[in-house]
Design a protein around this ligand. Structure first.
Ligand SMILES: [Zn+2]
Length: 289
């Protein structure tokens, strides 16, 4: 069985083909959502997907919210006006087969829980911190989708009740402080990668921006963890490539705040599957019966 997984990211389109739990094909290309309208992005996604030849199932991960008919509701990290744009129908037509859509945070969680750092845990909180922040919850070994698939919107956790407005309509969401673009802005650096490089050379502003993001992600994790007491917390995404510059303050914030949780029995671990987790999760989801 060949399962195709596509991940439409803010920066890159990622593709994998899974066969029996192994990645047998992997390809990336730039998303370039700034170069055209949503329809042209979907056409390129489909052309990219068809480039691997015949497959038995197709899953597509999206960076945001869509309704049960596969129409986009909020994809704030892609350029262009995606709200109200049908996604499922044109993709099925262009790809010539049935497609299942999954939120990219859910795809990350499904991939890490099945083949990565969440393997073997009955309950796992999986958080992915990139341009956006998302995640998914595995309860008793199954992905918890929630009503209309809306569980896992970890980036829209309020960390400052009086903070700036978020594209979701709330104020002071975690993503506004700890997403990759937000960290770059806080450190007055052009990109997140520059922040990490500057921090490694000892730049105080860069170190402080990463530390603050780690503290806030840890605070948000602690708030959920005291309620769920999940046995494993998997943290991944591009932001975690800063390593301990972000993970150390994150772990400290969890230890400092989740005091009633059984922290000696809860593991906080880095993700294992790297930037292709979303595409792998999409492939797994598409192949589900
Ligand atoms: Zn928000």
């Amino acid at each position: 069985m060949r399962s195709l997984g596509l991940d439409i990211g803010a920066t890159n389109l990622k593709l994998v083909v899974l066969e029996g739990g192994n990645v047998v094909e992997r390809r990336d290309e730039p998303t370039r959502s700034e170069d055209g309208d949503p329809a042209s992005v979907l056409r390129r996604v489909a052309t990219f997907g068809r480039s691997v030849g015949p497959v038995d199932s197709i899953g597509v991960a999206l960076p945001g919210l869509f309704d049960e008919a596969g129409v986009a509701e909020l994809l704030p990290n892609l350029y262009g006006d995606w709200t109200g744009v049908p996604i499922l129908e044109p993709l099925e037509e262009l790809l010539g087969g049935s497609v299942r859509l999954i939120n990219d945070g859910h795809a990350f969680a499904l991939a890490e829980a099945t083949l990565g750092a969440g393997r073997g845990a009955a309950d796992a909180m999986c958080i992915v911190c990139g341009t956006g922040i998302g995640g998914g919850l595995i309860l008793r070994g199954r992905l918890h989708l929630g009503v209309t698939g809306r569980a896992g919107e970890f980036g829209h956790h309020t960390v400052d009740e009086n903070g700036p407005e978020c594209p979701c309509g709330n104020r002071g969401c975690l993503e506004l402080y700890a997403g990759a673009r937000a960290i770059a802005a806080a450190a007055s650096a052009p990109t997140f990668e520059d922040v990490v490089t500057r921090a490694r050379y000892g730049d105080a502003d860069a170190r402080r921006a990463l530390e603050r993001a780690g503290e806030l992600i840890g605070l948000a994790i602690a708030n959920v963890l005291i309620f769920l007491a999940a046995e494993r917390v998997v943290v991944g995404g591009g932001v975690t490539e800063a390593g301990d510059l972000i993970l150390a303050p994150l772990r400290e914030a969890i230890a400092d705040r989740a005091r009633v949780a059984p922290l000696d029995r809860i593991e906080v671990v880095p993700a294992e599957l790297g930037p292709r987790a979303g595409a792998i999760g999409a492939a797994l989801f598409g192949a589900q019966p």
